[in-house]
Design a protein around this ligand. Structure first.
Ligand code: CTP
Ligand code: MG
Length: 221
């Protein structure tokens, strides 16, 4: 089967607050984007990559992919205003004969072969999609804008989900046929009636949101 990855790297990184998009923030002495690119290139389960770059950063993205020897990169496209627009831009570049599409946040640089293998497995058992997740450990409370606790939410059965998320190609295409701005592709597939399975995630799939996240990930490398 032919497995494609849409690597979404087109966000502005507003919460990181640098003078360039998050994908080009320094992780160690390289742009963050180099890490997931290299890992996906080397992953034996993946056949092809579509890179979704921030507007104006397409050339540096292509150059970086070339420097890293990423022969699996089939296209580099410009992302959109919202994450879902970027995923749709990437989807348009996937081949008609793709069977499975993974969507991965470049902001989660430490993707592993193991987690890719885990999200792919349920697709051959008839699931429409699979996502990595971790059971929520902390107590959860719903809190009003002024800080007052409104309720304590039972955390039983609650999972925090990550990427890479894997989908049967038809399920993902159908889910993205509209123009919803959901931040979670699995959520769109669920809303379209798809069955999604959660598999074991990885704490090191932490998403870079702030400078502290970048430092933490750099310390793991
Ligand atoms: N993303 C994207 N296109 C967008 C928004 C986000 O490709 N219009 C990607 C980001 O590059 C990132 C992933 O989606 O890899 C998760 O998004 P997030 O962590 O929110 O990144 P940013 O949107 O860049 O950060 P911020 O929300 O702080 O601006
Ligand atoms: Mg964002």
């Amino acid at each position: 089967m032919s497995v494609w990855v849409i690597l979404v790297a087109a966000g502005r990184g507003e919460r990181l607050g640098l003078d360039r998009p998050k994908a080009f923030a320094n992780l160690g002495d390289e742009p963050l984007l180099a890490e997931p690119l290299r890992r996906l290139e080397a992953c034996p389960w993946i056949d092809a990559i579509v890179l979704v770059a921030p507007p104006g950063w397409e050339e540096p993205a292509i150059l970086l992919a070339e420097e890293e020897g990423c022969g699996k990169v089939r296209a580099c496209v410009t992302g959109g205003e919202e994450r879902s627009d970027s995923v749709r831009a990437g989807l348009a570049e996937t081949a008609d004969d793709a069977l499975v599409i993974l969507v991965h946040d470049a902001a989660r640089p430490l993707v592993t072969d193991d987690v890719v293998e885990r999200v792919l497995a349920p697709l051959s058992e008839g699931w429409d999609g699979a996502v990595p997740g971790l059971p929520v450990g902390d107590t959860l409370k719903r809190v009003a804008a002024d800080g007052r606790v409104e309720e304590t939410v039972a955390r039983d059965g609650l999972w925090a989900v990550q990427t890479p998320q894997a989908f049967a190609v038809d399920a993902l295409r159908r889910a993205h046929a509209g123009d919803s701005d959901a931040t979670d592709d699995a959520g769109l597939v669920e809303a379209a009636g798809g069955r999604i399975k959660v598999v074991e995630g990885d704490p090191r799939l932490l998403k870079v949101t702030t400078a502290a996240d970048l430092d933490r990930i750099a310390s793991w490398l």
